[in-house]
Ligand binder design. Structure first.
Ligand code: GAP
Length: 464
């Protein structure tokens, strides 16, 4: 069984499979699509839910020192002034003078091997753009003539609660990241949960960014979900906890089932002024190693800003020493869509079976959107009625089940392989007599006969 080498061919195969089998659809497709927004289909929503459940368990449910939160998407616009997003949350944008495509200059520079990032000033970015103008090709028309880069703010604005008709004047922002909801609730959570430092607050939720480049499928979208955890520490413990968190997050991806050779650390060289240290965990996506998750040490910047802008004291009082201080924050932040793309890329395999290509998504069992498929050998009522009863029995045993009675058994196995179903159960004419069924394993294709009375337990044992 072979993993495909990275490149546009693999990307095309994944995008096509995702649409064909109901993982991910382009948004508003019947209206010609809506750039950089995607919808999750019946299998995509199960996969994304499994990804979120794995994260929530590892971060919240299995720990005593981290609690959950679900803050609203809308906040006071002051939150985004305090956070620095209104003034500085921007990417460098230039226009191709030939085809008028709007492009992210740091990405164009990266494509020709020049590192640039959003923290650079307009002048610095434009100096690099002029220097490398001849090497850079517009991805749409191939020309090399661009307008100077301008900083473009990524916050998405709305007219929530504004009935004046002039909502541009005092816009309310859709949140650009979920963690601001955590910072502004720090005092509430501290008081209600009675946690002591160090402790964390985690949340999963939607975020919105006016991303300039709409490419790379669900890797970079304008509406996306984040899974973020902010860990509040005494100032002198920040870096010790940071190293612990880095180790925990690395191990998390191995436990999730991603191959270690497809992961690597990337250290940020150009830090924002308040950051102590910043690393990304990169994954080997079909287009190469790119950021999957950020693990950052943010000092006390966030609480300082919200304290200043809200006028509220956000100090923590040490219960032993009575010392008052602003907690420092370390965070880990990852997108659900990015994780889903990493998981699908890691799982995608092709192999030759009986002179045909067998496509298999070798999902780790806990992430597979369908756990077991029930396949009667014939769609005659004689078999379909008891096979449907077996399917229902497994659903009630808390398994995600797909029932399929159309086409040959070989074709049905291939359909399940392609969506990563770990186990197929065939119900045949002998099943009527011996009250047993055949379980077929996705990866080994081995088959064993199991009594129906023991089926649920056997499946759970295999999936554990
Ligand atoms: N609170 C820190 C923060 O939001 P970020 O690096 O901008 O930092 C964190 O985003 C993570 O969120 C990224 O590592 C990525 O997984 C995900 N993410 C960010 N922008 C995204 C987008 N436009 N589409 C999909 N995922 C995105």
């Amino acid at each position: 069984m072979s993993e495909l080498s990275r490149g546009p061919e693999l990307m095309e195969k994944i995008v096509s499979l995702c649409k064909r089998r109901g993982f991910v659809y382009p948004s508003s497709e019947i209206y010609g699509g809506f750039a950089a927004v995607y919808d999750y289909g019946h299998l995509g929503v199960e996969l994304a839910n499994n990804v979120k459940e794995a994260w929530w368990k590892a971060i919240v449910r299995y720990r005593d020192d981290i609690v959950g939160l679900d803050s609203a998407i809308f906040t006071s616009p002051r939150v985004w002034e305090a956070s620095g997003h209104v003034g500085g949350f921007s990417d460098p944008l230039a226009e191709c003078k030939s085809c008028h495509s709007r492009l992210r200059v740091d990405h164009l520079l990266e494509d020709v091997g020049v590192m640039a990032d959003e923290k650079m000033s307009e002048e610095e970015i434009n100096a690099l753009l002029s220097e490398h103008m001849k090497e850079i090709k517009c991805p749409k028309c191939g020309k090399s003539d661009f307008s100077p880069a301008k900083k473009f703010n990524l916050l998405v604005k709305s007219n929530l609660g504004n009935f004046t008709g002039d909502w541009e004047k005092e816009p309310v922002y859709l949140r650009g990241e979920t963690c601001q909801g955590i910072y502004v609730n720090f005092a509430n959570v501290l008081n209600a949960s009675r946690k002591r430092l160090p402790f964390g607050i985690a949340q999963i939720g939607k975020a919105f960014r006016n991303e300039i480049t709409a490419r790379q499928f669900i890797f970079r979208t304008r509406e996306f979900e984040q899974m973020e955890m902010q860990y509040f520490t005494p100032p002198d413990q920040e870096m010790v906890e940071y190293e612990k968190l880095r180790a925990i997050r690395w191990q998390y991806y191995l436990d999730l089932g991603l191959k270690e050779e497809n992961l690597k650390w990337h250290k940020h060289e150009n830090l924002v002024f308040y950051a102590k240290e910043a690393y990304d965990i990169e994954y080997n996506f079909p287009f190469g190693f790119k950021e999957l998750e950020g693990v950052h040490a943010r000092g006390n910047y966030d609480l300082t800003q919200h304290s200043k802008f809200s006028g509220q004291e956000l100090l923590y009082t040490d219960p032993v020493t009575n010392e008052k201080y602003l907690p420092h924050i370390i965070e880990c932040s990852v997108g659900v869509g990015r994780t889903v793309l990493a998981v699908i890329t890691d799982a995608y395999h092709e192999e030759m079976v009986d002179d045909e290509i067998r496509v298999v998504l070798r999902f780790p069992y806990k992430l597979a959107p369908v756990k077991v498929a029930i396949l009667p050998l014939s769609k005659k009522e004689e078999l379909s009625v008891p096979a449907k009863e077996v399917a229902q029995m497994l659903r009630e045993a808390d398994l995600t089940v797909e029932y399929d009675e159309t086409q040959s058994i070989g074709k049905r196995y291939r359909r399940q392989d392609e969506i990563g179903t770990p186990l197929c159960v065939t119900f045949d004419f002998d099943s009527l007599e011996d009250k047993a069924v055949t379980i077929r394993d996705r990866d080994t294709m081995e088959q064993v006969r199991v009594p129906i009375s023991e089926l649920a337990a056997e499946i759970k044992k295999r999936l554990a």
